[in-house]
Ligand binder design. Sequence first.
Ligand SMILES: Nc1ncnc2c1ncn2[C@@H]1O[C@H](COP(=O)(O)OP(=O)(O)OP(=O)(O)O)[C@@H](O)[C@H]1O
Ligand SMILES: [Mg+2]
Length: 255
Amino acid sequence: MPLLEASSLETYYGPVVALRGVSIQVEQGAIVAVLGANGAGKSTLLKTISGAMDPQTGTVRLKGDEIQGLNTWDIARRGMIHVPEGREVFSHLTVRENLMMGAYTRRDRDAVAGDIEMVYGYFPRLREREKQHAGKLSGGEQQMVAISRALMARPDVILLDEPSLGLSPLLTKGIFDIVRRLNTERGVTIVLVEQNARLALEIATYGYVLELGRVVLEGSAESLRGNRDVQEFYLGQREAGVRGERRWKRKKQWR
Ligand SMILES: Nc1ncnc2c1ncn2[C@@H]1O[C@H](COP(=O)(O)OP(=O)(O)OP(=O)(O)O)[C@@H](O)[C@H]1O
Ligand SMILES: [Mg+2]
């Protein structure tokens, strides 16, 4: 049984359809990348899975239980935390207070202090900044706060929406290294939405490609890295001579 399974999700913004029957499976311990161009539906998929939006139809199962329609708080308590696009930190709270907010679903208050030390171990920068207001931090530091706050809930699964957005290549690499370590060292399962397909497929075990609200391709990260359409459209390895042919092939295969 997969840890997380979304089946035939259809999600709307008013009359506008954003997911047109999306199904994904996430095995325990996996890092699953969700790739796709602007507007493909990646963020909507994470919002629908995390309870921030309700699907019109379809199911979401976490550890076998149906969770669609539950709110984000209930879903967080069941072990799945969403780090939304644009790293929403509480700007007027300090770094430490932000981390404490992440533990709000937990009953084991005594262990919380130890977990703050644990996240400072991953992000030493946050220890230096712990008394500063989160709104005063750089974009990279805010992303660290957002991920750390998620960790404070001791989640089984983290849904990460574009952690590299607006970060320098160096900071992005640092964040991705830590995502990988959280997966290997702490066994956190990760669903990673990312426009930087190259980076995402470096750390992912499996991936899905979304286009216009549909899954058009899926497979092991290795197979996606080797896929010529992925190379052309998402890894930037365009070969002028074969572009037309690939477009045509893609249409035929994916639509
Ligand atoms: N609040 C909204 N109201 C109406 N339509 C929306 C809203 N948010 C997203 N959409 C539409 O839903 C579709 C999917 O958007 P979504 O944000 O999920 O895409 P995305 O893959 O995350 O894109 P990006 O890479 O730009 O973050 C798009 O057509 C978008 O215009
Ligand atoms: Mg998005």
